[in-house]
Design a protein around this ligand. Structure first.
Ligand code: SAH
Ligand code: SF4
Length: 435
């Protein structure tokens, strides 16, 4: 059937702020739009709809989301038929104020409502697009673009968090833990590999607290790694973020024995002062954390540890901070994501005085970053003269199994595994030549 010339597929632009979970949410929420015929727009200018997946874990992250929504006012005013959707953690925490402040936002979907997103977006779109552009031909599922997967794909296995770390807003914006059924996870893994993924990153707030029923038995995180490891064509398996409490023998032996599981453990520490950890309600001591790292290193030879640290938590003294620096020198993580404490309304610690001044927080962050830069450089430089396996994610860029970035000159296809002779390193990246 001939279509009138003005009919063109609608286009969606997605912007994910914050963690990998936010990126994975944006991808999941694109699916019902894709099945209505939306294709991907690289920039807002060519988009009929924009989906922003927001973060609120620190105030700075929420401020970024708010300023982005504000900056899209002219985009929306240029064509009121355009659809602006704001989702995720900041939408959950500050949804009402976003609706009030930015009345041109069409749909605000908090992180807890992601399961209802297909229904919510249907209502919003039915009220918006004219029938012509919503012709059956233009949005029949089979006409939806079959999206190619990135070489390294995210796969959410659980939502929410049952912890109550005193500084953290995640449990209140994402709710209690919910685990996806094993079958769904394995099916999604197979689909991602069929669409081009070579590596899968399992995602969850405490990803290793995963548990589910499968084939009449209980499946824990280690069992899930073993099941995932059998996915044909899957070369690498990663996960983020495990909680130290659930790092146990079952998990470590699965890591050691599964061919695809990479030799990397991102294990957030937050602080190495036993007193501060207690106030943070992290339910481990520095000594217990060290035991887990030692167990991981002995189970998985060559495993690389990375971590998260918060500086300037209420009451943190110079001595507490020094304990963290000394502990990091002992544990030697290869890199760390370091943050200044940010009080989040409604959390337990937000009711305590935020008594470490901005200057002191900045000073501690600077000293911590300098230590971590040294440790990162040492870890990178130790590769020089060796040959490592790198999975090419973009032309000339990829990562080692241990999670180090690598760059090289010369043409390689994304998805290709290359042997890289390492010749040098920048601050964060290995440099090499294809061996
Ligand atoms: N579930 C993960 C962390 C998720 S949040 C875990 O428990 O390890 C990601 C990181 O943000 C945390 O590890 C912490 O370092 C940081 N973070 C969370 N809340 C914060 C706050 N209020 N201020 C500063 N950093 C925070
Ligand atoms: Fe936040 Fe703690 Fe849950 Fe991590 S474990 S998401 S830091 S409450």
């Amino acid at each position: 059937m001939d279509q009138p010339a003005e009919i063109r597929p609608m286009k969606l632009h997605t912007i994910a702020l914050g963690c990998q979970m936010s990126e994975a949410d944006a991808e999941e929420m694109s699916a019902p739009l894709a099945s209505r015929g939306f294709s991907r727009a690289e920039s807002p200018d060519e988009a009929d709809a924009i989906l922003i997946s927001t973060c609120t874990v620190r105030q700075h992250a929420e401020d970024r989301a708010i300023s982005l929504i504000g900056s899209l006012k002219p985009w929306k005013a240029a064509d009121p038929n355009r659809v602006l959707i704001v989702s995720g953690c900041a939408a959950e925490r500050a949804g009402d104020s976003i609706r009030r402040k930015f009345p041109y936002v069409d749909l605000v979907v908090g992180a807890k409502s992601i399961a209802r997103f297909p229904e919510l977006v249907r209502e919003a779109l039915d009220a918006r697009f004219d029938a012509l552009r919503e012709q059956r031909e233009s949005f029949a599922p089979e006409a939806a673009p079959t999206e190619a997967s990135p070489v390294s794909a995210y796969l959410t296995i659980m939502r929410g968090c049952n912890y109550s770390c005193s500084y953290c807003i995640v449990p209140s914006v994402r709710g209690r833990e919910l685990y996806r059924p094993v079958e769904d996870i394995l099916n999604e893994a197979r689909a991602k590999v069929a669409a081009g993924a070579k590596e899968i990153m399992l995602l969850g707030q405490t990803v290793n607290s995963y548990e589910s029923e499968h084939d009449g038995g209980k499946v824990g995180f280690g069992d899930l790694l073993r099941l995932m490891d059998q996915t044909p064509g899957l070369e690498r398996l990663r996960f983020m973020s495990p909680h130290p409490y659930y790092v146990d023998e079952r998990m470590l032996s699965a890591m050691a024995e599964c061919r695809a599981v990479c030799e990397h453990l991102h294990l957030p520490l937050q602080s190495a002062s036993a007193r501060v950890l207690k106030l943070m309600r992290r339910n481990y001591t520095p000594a217990a954390y060290l035991d887990k790292v030692r167990a991981a290193r002995s189970a998985v030879p060559g495993i690389v540890i990375s971590t998260d640290i918060i500086v300037g938590f209420p009451t943190e003294t110079e001595d507490d901070f020094q304990e963290t620096l000394d502990f990091l020198k002992e544990v030697r993580p290869a890199w760390a994501y370091c943050f200044k404490y940010s009080p989040r309304e409604g959390t337990r610690s937000a009711s305590w005085p935020d008594d470490v001044s901005r200057e002191v927080k900045e000073d501690r962050l600077g000293r911590l970053n300098r230590l971590m830069d040294e440790l990162t450089s040492k870890a990178l430089n130790a590769h020089i003269g060796r040959t490592v396996e790198v999975l090419c994610e973009e032309p000339g860029f990829g990562r080692t199994r241990q999670g180090f970035n690598a760059k090289w000159a010369g043409v390689t296809r994304p998805g290709e595994a290359v042997s890289l002779a390492v010749t040098g390193a920048t601050k964060r990246t290995l440099l090499g030549e294809i061996a």
